[in-house]
Write a protein that binds this ligand. Sequence first.
Ligand code: NAP
Length: 240
Amino acid sequence: MGATSLAGRSALVTGASRGIGAAVARRLAADGVRVALMARDKAALTSLAHELGHGAVGLACDVRDTDTLTRAIEQLPDLMGDMPDIVVNNAGAFFLAPAQETSVAAFGETLAVNLTAPFAVIRTLAPAMSRRGNGHIVTIGSVADRHILAGNAAYASSKHGLRALHEVLRAELRGTGVRVSLVSPGPVDTPLWDAVVTDSKPDSTSRSKMLSPAAVADAVHYVLTAPWELNVDELRVSRT
Ligand SMILES: NC(=O)c1ccc[n+]([C@@H]2O[C@H](COP(=O)([O-])OP(=O)(O)OC[C@H]3O[C@@H](n4cnc5c(N)ncnc54)[C@H](OP(=O)(O)O)[C@@H]3O)[C@@H](O)[C@H]2O)c1
């Protein structure tokens, strides 16, 4: 079984302004993929699109606004020639607090970014993939999509829901030619941790012992390039 080639394909990567999303975009562009980069930070997207070249474009939008998100994706055929045949649903918000100290608003905001937005992205892109009988939907989950920790009410709920959405899609798209993969990392050294200051907490992983964003990008590359008949349903990755 030969590897699936990425050359000449196109991808939408959400949360591409920094961290794991930016690393995934770099990894895909290096393999000849035209990448659409989505996040709120327009300057970061413009800079990364310039760095990547090869037809990369930035789509600045807040994924919580699903109408704007959908309209932004619908522009892609004009910007890139067609709807992307790869999507990496990566944009994420990290919110840590015990359930009783989590406001309903904070809970809803976390679900809006981590669960409703990926659903809106899939709803917009999956029909074209199904019609073509070709595509790959990659979801960036988390160790928290199976593993429960105290103080993680909103984030764990969003990531458990996201894994459920992934599994429903896998069941619905099996046999259509559209592959569906969940990549669930343990701690990764990205700006997501800046507000958490993990080194001051003895029970949390220090930044230097976390995975690199580039390692997670390698995992995403692995599922995308797996031989065509092989769907990597779920890949859980952590530091050696
Ligand atoms: N770091 C970890 O330890 C770890 C472990 C497991 C899973 N993950 C998951 O990996 C994914 C990426 O996380 P990361 O570590 O790379 O975090 P990060 O460095 O904080 O990056 C988050 C990305 O999501 C985008 N984003 C957040 N809110 C957004 C919004 N409302 N609208 C549009 N874009 C938004 C951010 O862009 P803007 O701010 O420019 O909008 C940024 O590009 C997330 O789904 C996270 O849950 C991370």
